[in-house]
Design a protein around this ligand. Sequence first.
Ligand code: FES
Length: 116
Amino acid sequence: MTTIAALCRLDDIASPGSKGFSLGSGAAAREIFVVRNARGVFAYQNVCPHTWGPLDWVPDQFLSHDKARILCATHGAVFRIEDGHCLYGPCAGKNLTPVAIEVVDGGIFLAEAVGA
Ligand code: FES
């Protein structure tokens, strides 16, 4: 069964901007992040396809200085916001893992099951 969990209000994330979330607990715990820009709202697992570590060194900071791309702070990989495709860096050609979300009535909701 799919559970719809509220993440935050759309207005809680600047446009462009980003925000991280910790979901679930125990073995089911995982980290995701949401990016908002003029083209929409996008979510990915906070796992870089280079070393499988998190992308952010500073909480909620997932974007490049110009806020045009997702940036992995560990080794500088740069990803397209709209599809998570790595354009430059040690994992060029690989992709972030997308997370299904929905924007309904000004809220951002997870559109997949959350572990206990
Ligand atoms: S861990 Fe992301 S670029 Fe190396």
